[in-house]
Design a protein around this ligand. Structure first.
Ligand code: MN
Length: 247
């Protein structure tokens, strides 16, 4: 199995190094990741300048672009093979509910999915990042399963792992995305040159976090697995939109 590994925290992040080295047990691993932290980059492509690829001493490719750029150029020209699987992460911090809209971790996997490759996004759900080994165990289990039991249809899995010791994890749960409260207010700062600057505040807390959601599963120390799709069509509103256009 040929596995492409990317992330949004940067090619030097502990989460990607641990992931890539562990996945070598299961296949040939190639790392193509951003040269710096691009968390929150979402599905952006860099179109206003060419991208440069560098090779780190450990063999990892770093790109001066977004997570989406990394997977896009890896699959469409940098590599001389098409990966069988794309794994993004392990992100430092949760990507649950609305986070998935902004996440570069999810975006890297989504780009693989859009290019027709089974893809998995992995996130450790606390900024403390105390139990990456738990996330790595989950990664091996999920990637191993995909290797011996292919999903059978195009798949984009968003996986969130509770930041607890592996022995305290209470299994896997297939979930839907929950929803957060609206984001915290922006933080206003004075620059050294007397201008007012605005720093985007943190995401809101969980609002829709009931049974069946990713938030609920992680709170109960279960690994949350949400199958995602990229078609934003609101199927249930097609009829109302048609009716509204007749008014
Ligand atoms: Mn990140």
């Amino acid at each position: 199995m040929r596995i492409l590994v990317s992330n949004d925290d940067g090619y030097f992040a502990p989460g990607i190094t641990l992931l890539a080295e562990a996945l070598r047990q299961l296949g040939d691993v190639t790392v193509v990741a951003p040269e710096r932290d691009r968390s929150g980059a979402s599905n952006s492509l860099t179109l206003d300048r060419p991208l440069t690829v560098r090779r780190a001493p450990n063999g990892y490719f770093s790109v001066n672009g977004t997570p989406t750029d990394c997977v896009h150029i890896a699959v469409t020209g940098l590599l001389d093979f098409t990966p069988d699987l794309i794994v993004s992460g392990v992100n430092l911090g949760a990507n649950m509910g609305d986070d998935t809209i902004y996440s570069g971790t999810v975006a890297a996997a989504a780009e693989g999915y859009l290019l027709g490759i089974p893809s998995v996004a992995l996130s450790l759900t606390s900024k403390a990042g105390e139990h990456f080994e738990t996330a790595i165990g989950v990664a091996l289990e999920i990637v191993g399963r995909l290797g011996r039991a292919p999903f059978g249809e195009p798949v984009l899995l968003n996986v969130n792992i509770p930041d607890v010791e592996a022995a305290r994890v209470r299994g896997f749960e297939v979930t839907r995305l929950g929803k957060r409260h609206k984001a915290e207010p922006v933080v206003k700062l004075q620059t050294p040159r007397g201008e007012t600057a605005f720093w985007i505040g943190p995401a809101g807390g969980a609002q829709d976090a009931g049974p069946g959601t990713d938030f609920h599963a992680v709170e109960a120390h279960r690994v949350s697995v949400t199958p995602l799709r990229m078609d934003l069509t609101h199927q249930n509103q097609l009829a109302s939109a048609r009716e509204w256009l007749q008014r």
